[in-house]
Design a protein around this ligand. Structure first.
Ligand SMILES: [Zn+2]
Ligand SMILES: [Zn+2]
Length: 359
C-alpha cells in the first residue's frame, strides 16, 4: 500500500486537525486494520491539553474496531478480512514486565499504552497494530462494531476497577463518578455479584444510566454529603470496596473514608493534576487499617478481549446506551471539541468511517 490517507492528529499542545499520511505497512509481526468505528475518549482531550507532554503530528485515538486489511508474515491465528477488536493497550507480551504478568506496564510504567502516545493512534482509515497475534481478537458475528468498540477501553477499564475491588458476593461497593468508565465499573460490580452498588454522581442523565447499569442507590454529592450518605447506607460499617473513576484528590480521599477496615480502594481515575495524591490519615487507620489500594491501566490482549466480547455476545451487558452522539469521520473535530467540554450532555461520541478518508 503506497496510498495516502487523512488522519486526525495532534499538531501540538492545544492544536488538532486533519493531515495527509501514508497508509502504514504491517511489518513482520504487526497488522493493518481498516477502521470501521471509533470512540473519542476524555484521555484524548487530556493528551491534546498537554497531560503527557508535547506531541507533533501524532494521530489521535485509541478506541476502534475494524477489518484486517494486511497482516505481517509472522502473524498467526487471524486472517485478512476478519472483523477485529483491538484494545487501547497493545503490549508486546515478550518483555520482563509483560512476563511478570503486568502487560499494561509493558517495558515501563504505563508502557502498554502505545496508540496516540508512542505511536500513531486509530483516528484514520487504517491503523497499525503491533504484536498483532496477541492483540487482535475476532468479533463474534452477533456483535456489531458499534457495540464491540466499547471493549477497547470503557469495558476493560471499568471492569478491571470492579475486578480489583475484590467485592465479596453480596458485598457493598461505592463507585465515585459515573462517566463512561464509572458506569462500566457499575455494570462490572453487578456482574461480579455485589449486593449493594452505590453510585456517586450529580448529572441527571448519568444518574439514570447508573441505575440502568446496576446501581441500587445514587448519591448526588451536590445535595448530600457523599461520605455520610454512604456510611448511613451501610449502617456505619463502610463499604467493602470503593472505586475511584474520576481522578481527583477529593474523590480519592472519599474512597478511603468510606471503605471499611480490610476493604479495598480500586483506582482507575486518571490523576492529571498536582504532584501528590494524599491519603486521609485517620480514615487510613494511621497507616494500619488493612485497607488495600489497587491501581490499573486498561488491561488488553486477545484473551481478555475475547472474554469481554463474550459478555456482549451472550447479552450480559450492553454498553451502547453510552453512545450519546454519532459523527462521520470528517466531522471528528466537532466531536473532539464537544468531548473536551462534555457539550450537549455528551458521554461517548461514536465515529463512523467509510472510504472517504483515503485520498
Ligand atoms: Zn479511552
Ligand atoms: Zn511488554
Amino acid at each position: 500500500m503506497s496510498e495516502k490517507m487523512r488522519a486526525f492528529v495532534m499538531h501540538g499542545i492545544g492544536k488538532v486537525g486533519f493531515m495527509e499520511k501514508p497508509v502504514p505497512e504491517p511489518g513482520p509481526t504487526g497488522a493493518i486494520v481498516k477502521t470501521t468505528q471509533a470512540l473519542v475518549c476524555t484521555s484524548d482531550t487530556h493528551t491534546v491539553g498537554g497531560a503527557i507532554g508535547e506531541r507533533h503530528d501524532l494521530t489521535l485515538g485509541h478506541e476502534a474496531v475494524g477489518v484486517v486489511a494486511k497482516l505481517g508474515r509472522e502473524v498467526q491465528g487471524i486472517k485478512e478480512g476478519d472483523r477485529v477488536a483491538v484494545n487501547a493497550i497493545t503490549p508486546c507480551y515478550t518483555c520482563m514486565n509483560c512476563l511478570r504478568g503486568y502487560p499494561s506496564q509493558c517495558q515501563e510504567s504505563l508502557g502498554g499504552w502505545k496508540f496516540a502516545n508512542t505511536k500513531d493512534g486509530v483516528f484514520a482509515p487504517y491503523f497499525h497494530v503491533n504484536n498483532a497475534a496477541a492483540n487482535l481478537a475476532p468479533i463474534p458475528e452477533a456483535v456489531s462494531d458499534a457495540m464491540a468498540v466499547y471493549t477497547a477501553d470503557m469495558m476493560s477499564t471499568g471492569f478491571i476497577a470492579a475486578e480489583h475491588a475484590n467485592i465479596p458476593i453480596g458485598g457493598t461497593v461505592a463507585i465515585f463518578a459515573q462517566g463512561p468508565v464509572g458506569l462500566m465499573a457499575t455494570a462490572g460490580a453487578r456482574l461480579l455479584g455485589a449486593g449493594l452498588v452505590i453510585a456517586v454522581e450529580n448529572v441527571p442523565r448519568r444518574q439514570e444510566l447508573a441505575r440502568h447499569f446496576g446501581a441500587d442507590e445514587v448519591i448526588n454529592f451536590e445535595t448530600q454529603d457523599a461520605v455520610q450518605a454512604i456510611m448511613d447506607l451501610t449502617h456505619g460499617a463502610g463499604v467493602d470496596a470503593a472505586i475511584e473513576a474520576l481522578g481527583s484528590q477529593s474523590t480519592f480521599e472519599n474512597c478511603v473514608k468510606v471503605t471499611r477496615p480490610g476493604g479495598t480502594i480500586s483506582n482507575v481515575g486518571y490523576h492529571g493534576h498536582g504532584e501528590y495524591v494524599k491519603i486521609p490519615r485517620l480514615a487510613w487507620g494511621v497507616g494500619m487499617s488493612d485497607q488495600s489500594i489497587r491501581t490499573a491501566l486498561c488491561p488488553g490482549g486477545k484473551e481478555r478481549m475475547q472474554r469481554l466480547l463474550r459478555l456482549l455476545e451472550t447479552g450480559r451487558v450492553d454498553p451502547t446506551p453510552l453512545t450519546t452522539h454519532t459523527f462521520a469521520f470528517d466531522d471528528l473535530e466537532t466531536a473532539f471539541h464537544m468531548m473536551a467540554t462534555k457539550a450537549d450532555g455528551m458521554i461517548k461520541p461514536l465515529i463512523g468511517f467509510d472510504a472517504s478518508g483515503v485520498v
